[in-house]
Design a protein around this ligand. Structure first.
Ligand code: C2E
Ligand code: MG
Ligand code: MG
Length: 405
C-alpha cells in the first residue's frame, strides 16, 4: 500500500466496543496505521477539534446523539473528510443517510452494512485510492465556501470563466448541447468551483453580475464554435434572483442578438432549490423569455421544495432529472421508479428530459430504455474549456462515422 494511503487518519464512532475493536483490527490488518475509536458523537466531535480526520466510520444507531444528529453537527463544523455510514438497519436507511450527507455537502465514501465483512471494507477502501490527476488524499478536501470579501476581490480581478459539459442524445449518442458551468480563477491560477461561491453570491446580491459574465463567455464561445463549424444547444444556469429582475429578458436578448446566437438554441436552467418569493415577477420574466423563444429547463428536478407546484405554474420546456436519482438507477429499483415517473410525466407535459450525472454504462442504458431524451455525465465527458470541447466533438463525430462505416 502507498505511504499516502496507510497514513489516512481514520475515526471509528460506534457505541458497541466489540464493533469498534473489530473494525479497528480489520483496518490495522489492511495496513492503516492511524485509527482512533470513539463511543459517542460527543467524543467524536471532541476528537475532531484535536486532530484532522480523513475518513469517519459512523454508526447510524447510537444512544444519545444518533448518526443523523452527528451528521448535522459535522456539517456545521465544516468537516471536510469522508464519511462512511455503518448500520445494521436495512439498506434503505443507509441510502437515506447517504442522501442526507450529500444534502449537507458532506462526502460519503459508501456504506457498510453490519456485520462488516473484511472483503467489503477492503473494496470500499480500494475505491478511496487517489484517482486521476487530482492525486490528493480524500481528506484534503477543498476548503469551505468563500467569504463575501474574497468573492468581491475575485470578481474585481475579473476572472469568471466557463466550462462546458456535453449533453448527448441517449438514442443516437450524438452531441446535442452543452451545459455552461461557472468557475472562478484566483490569483494563483487555481480554479474555484461553484459550490464555493454560488450560494454566497446569491446571498449577497452578486449572482446577477456572475450570470452576466457567464452568459457573455458562453455566447462568445457559441459564436466561435459556429465559426469553427460546430452548432450545439447552449444551456446556462440562472438563479431565481436573475429571474426576479424585470429587465433580464431584454438584457439576454440584446446579448444574444449582438453575437448572432438564436434564442431557440439557448436553454436557461432554473434551479428550484430556493423557495419562490416573487412569483408574479418570475412568471412575468419566464413568460417573456418564452415569448422571445428562449428555452426553459427545470434543473435538479425533485430535490427542492415545490417541484410539482413549479411545474404547474411555470412554462418549462425541459426537465433535468437530478443526479441523485440517476446515479445508481440501474441497480436500485426506487431510483429507477423515480426516473421512470419523471420521464413519463415530462412526456405528458410535452417536455424533453435530460438525465444528469450518468457515470456508468448501466445507468445510461436504463435511462435510454426509459425514454429519457438526453444525458450528461462523467461517462461521456467532464466539464471542459471551450477549445477542448471542439476537439472532443470532432473526435466523437469521427468515431461515430468510423463505427457506421
Ligand atoms: P448543475 O446545474 O446541476 O450542474 C451539474 C453539476 O454536476 C456540475 O457541477 C457538473 O460538473 C456535475 N456533474 C456532471 N456530471 C457529473 C457526473 O457524472 N458525476 C458527478 N458526480 N457530477 C457530475 P459543478 O460545475 O460543480 O456545478 C455545481 C452547481 O453549481 C450546478 O449544478 C449549478 O447549480 C451551479 N452553477 C454552476 N454554474 C452556475 C452559474 O453560472 N450560475 C448559477 N446560478 N449556478 C451555477
Ligand atoms: Mg444545471
Ligand atoms: Mg442539476
Amino acid at each position: 500500500m502507498a505511504e499516502q494511503e496507510s497514513a489516512l487518519r481514520m475515526l471509528i464512532v460506534d457505541d458497541e466496543p466489540f464493533v469498534q475493536r473489530l473494525l479497528a483490527t480489520m483496518l490495522a490488518q489492511l495496513g492503516y496505521r492511524n485509527v482512533v475509536t470513539c463511543s459517542s458523537g460527543t467524543q467524536a466531535l471532541q476528537q475532531l477539534t484535536r486532530s484532522v480526520v480523513d475518513v469517519l466510520f459512523l454508526d447510524v444507531n447510537m444512544p444519545g446523539m444518533d448518526g443523523v444528529e452527528l451528521i448535522r453537527l459535522l456539517a456545521q463544523a465544516r468537516y471536510c473528510g469522508l464519511v462512511v455510514p455503518v448500520s445494521g438497519e436495512d439498506s434503505r436507511i443507509l441510502e437515506s443517510v447517504n442522501r442526507l450527507l450529500s444534502a449537507h455537502q458532506l462526502k460519503s465514501a459508501g456504506c457498510l452494512e453490519k456485520p462488516v465483512s473484511r472483503a467489503r471494507l477492503e473494496s470500499l477502501l480500494q475505491s478511496l485510492k487517489p484517482k486521476g490527476s487530482a492525486g490528493k488524499l480524500p481528506g484534503a478536501a477543498p476548503p469551505g465556501t468563500l467569504g463575501i470579501k474574497e468573492l468581491h476581490s475575485l470578481l474585481a480581478s475579473g476572472t469568471v470563466i466557463a466550462h462546458y459539459q456535453p449533453q448527448v442524445s441517449l438514442t443516437s449518442g450524438a452531441l446535442v448541447g452543452v451545459e455552461t458551468l461557472a468557475r472562478l480563477r484566483d490569483a494563483s491560477g487555481a480554479t474555484v468551483m461553484p459550490n464555493r461561491f454560488i450560494a454566497v453570491a446569491e446571498e449577497y446580491g452578486l449572482i446577477r453580475e456572475i450570470t452576466r459574465r457567464v452568459l457573455q463567455c458562453a455566447l462568445e464561445q457559441a459564436k466561435a464554435w459556429r465559426e469553427a463549424g460546430l452548432r450545439v444547444g447552449l444551456a446556462v444556469n440562472v438563479s431565481m434572483d436573475d429571474l426576479a429582475a424585470l429587465d433580464f429578458p431584454d438584457m439576454l436578448d440584446g446579448m444574444a442578438n449582438a453575437l448572432g446566437v438564436e434564442p431557440q438554441s439557448i436553454t436557461l436552467e432554473v434551479t428550484e432549490s430556493r423557495v419562490l418569493q416573487q412569483l408574479s415577477t418570475v412568471l412575468d420574466v419566464l413568460s417573456r423569455l418564452r415569448l422571445k423563444r428562449f428555452r426553459l429547463s427545470i434543473d435538479d428536478f425533485g430535490t427542492g421544495h415545490s417541484s410539482l407546484a413549479q411545474l404547474r405554474d411555470l412554462p418549462f420546456d425541459e426537465l433535468k432529472i437530478d443526479r441523485g436519482f440517476v446515479d445508481g438507477a440501474s441497480h436500485n429499483c426506487t431510483l429507477r421508479a423515480i426516473c421512470e415517473a419523471n420521464v413519463r410525466m415530462a412526456k405528458q407535459l410535452s417536455m424533453s428530459t435530460v438525465a444528469e450525472g450518468i457515470e456508468t454504462q448501466a445507468d445510461y442504458d436504463v435511462l435510454r430504455d426509459l425514454g429519457c431524451d438526453a444525458g450528461q455525465g462523467y461517462l461521456m465527458a467532464r466539464p471542459m474549456p471551450g477549445e477542448e470541447l471542439l476537439r472532443w466533438a470532432r473526435e466523437r463525430a469521427q468515431r461515430a462515422a468510423r463505427d457506421c462505416g
